[in-house]
Design a protein around this ligand. Structure first.
Ligand SMILES: C[S@@+](CC[C@H](N)C(=O)[O-])C[C@H]1O[C@@H](n2cnc3c(N)ncnc32)[C@H](O)[C@@H]1O
Length: 402
């Protein structure tokens, strides 16, 4: 993590000695903007708790949708990743002009938790109950955002929504529950499905996928350099009964990596990469993300904003590249994915005026259909990183529709 509190762009030049070293150094091109916001611990605690989930970069997200510092108005908002509804509750409370709120989550546990939190807040906050706000919490994958908006209000699908948030990855509720199989530290079934109705579990991949496919996900989704050796060990372990718990997998990784580079704890990093690879494959996360970014942008009103928080480099690369494709009208790779239904508002003439007080906007990238408001992603303040280790890898990128 960079220590500078201000904007940073550091290119680490390769040492001349070894080829692999220089390759690694060239890959280490850090480009980001450290948030300059005053971190408000009380505010974070108001909307999050350690038993469920602490919202990441809450103040920064609030700035993106802040109506007081720009001509931006938030009359409709979709939270694609409800989780424990920390971001959602803060947005709803801060925006009395909000008329339609839609929250989505594919996980029934998160959906139920978020629904009860939002309903409790609406009932107990006089300012919220006196407004005309209609709140809809739906158990849905965010790739179906168009159906979700259409289900709530068909007209909204045509006019577009003013704000959309995606806070990717898992909530603490999911990681901390051993029954979900996401954590390498708590023994549990090898599940890893965000949507319990999904047909594929991590154990299916480990026990029955072709060896080359197992190797491919370890390499591509885990960026694991030792992927070939692990692939072979996984396939060999099938002869001894295969994998049934996260502990079985951890034991194999621990046994395979204790003597390789990375020190005595090297296996933990390998395990984190293997778990990440399996989770991405089980939930088809990268393909879903790319298509959903297009779908979300289609659903924005002219001037509407989409904010995305990602937690690892594979996700961030997709957000960065897809935003560039979107503003330059480059269609998605698989155009057949486009769903039936509305495609957002017809593009109108829209002049982009960053609000005078929008100090978080540093450098923008303009295209014919949108503006990327974060040429470099925004990362959390050092103070927030200290309090919530999860936000150390968080990157916030924002796009605005023309
Ligand atoms: C990091 S948490 C969100 C936390 C939330 N912002 C808060 O403040 O509490 C991510 C949530 O997204 C959900 N999720 C992940 N992929 C999804 C998808 N494709 N569609 C809908 N929800 C998804 C997960 O189930 C999880 O509850």
């Amino acid at each position: 993590a960079a220590s500078s509190p201000s904007s940073s762009s550091a290119i680490v030049v390769a040492s001349s000695s070894s080829k692999s070293k220089s390759k690694a150094a060239l890959a280490f091109v850090k480009r980001r903007t450290r948030s300059e916001r005053e971190f408000d611990e009380e505010y974070m605690k108001k909307y999050g708790d350690e038993d469920s989930h602490i919202p990441v970069m809450l103040g920064e997200v609030m700035d993106v949708f802040d109506s007081s510092s720009s001509s931006f108005r938030l009359r409709s908002f979709v939270d694609c990743t409800l989780g424990a509804a920390g971001h959602s509750c803060a947005i709803i409370q801060a925006h009395p002009e909000l008329q339609t709120y839609i929250g989505l989550d594919v996980d029934p546990v998160a959906h139920e938790e978020a629904q009860s939190r939002i309903n409790n807040m609406l009932n107990s906050t006089p300012a919220c109950s006196s407004t005309n706000l209609k709140a809809h919490m739906l158990l849905k994958n965010f790739k179906e955002i168009k159906q979700a908006i259409g289900q709530v209000d068909e007209k909204l699908l045509l006019s577009g929504v003013d704000g959309i948030l995606m806070d990717l990855g898992m909530s603490s509720m999911q990681v901390d529950d051993p029954r979900r199989g996401f954590s390498m530290l708590n023994n549990g079934p090898l599940d890893m499905r965000m949507d319990p109705k999904g047909s594929l579990k991590a154990e299916d991949i480990l026990n029955s996928w072709p060896p080359t496919e197992v190797g491919k996900i370890l390499q591509e989704y885990g960026e694991e350099s030792n992927w070939y050796s692990l692939q072979n060990k996984i396939v060999k372990a099938r002869l001894g009964g295969g994998f049934h718990t996260t502990g079985d997998l951890v034991d194999l990784i621990r046994g395979s990596t204790s003597r390789v580079k990375g020190g005595r704890q090297g296996w933990i990093k390998t395990a984190a990469r293997v778990f990440q690879a399996l989770r991405i494959a089980v939930n088809d996360e990268l393909k879903t993300l790319e298509n959903s970014l297009y779908n979300c942008f289609d659903c924005l009103s002219p001037g509407g904003r989409l904010a995305v928080i990602s937690f690892h480099s594979l996700e961030d690369r997709i957000v960065k590249q897809t935003f560039l494709n979107i503003i330059n009208n480059i269609p998605r790779k698989d155009d057949t994915i486009i769903e039936e239904g509305g495609f957002g508002a017809e593009p109108k003439e829209f002049n982009y005026y960053p609000g005078e007080k929008e100090v978080w906007i540093k450098q923008v990238v303009k295209g014919s259909s949108g503006v990327i408001l974060t040429k470099r992603p925004i990362t959390a303040t050092p103070k927030e990183e200290k309090l919530n280790s999860r936000c150390r890898s968080a990157k916030l990128r924002v796009i605005q529709k023309m």
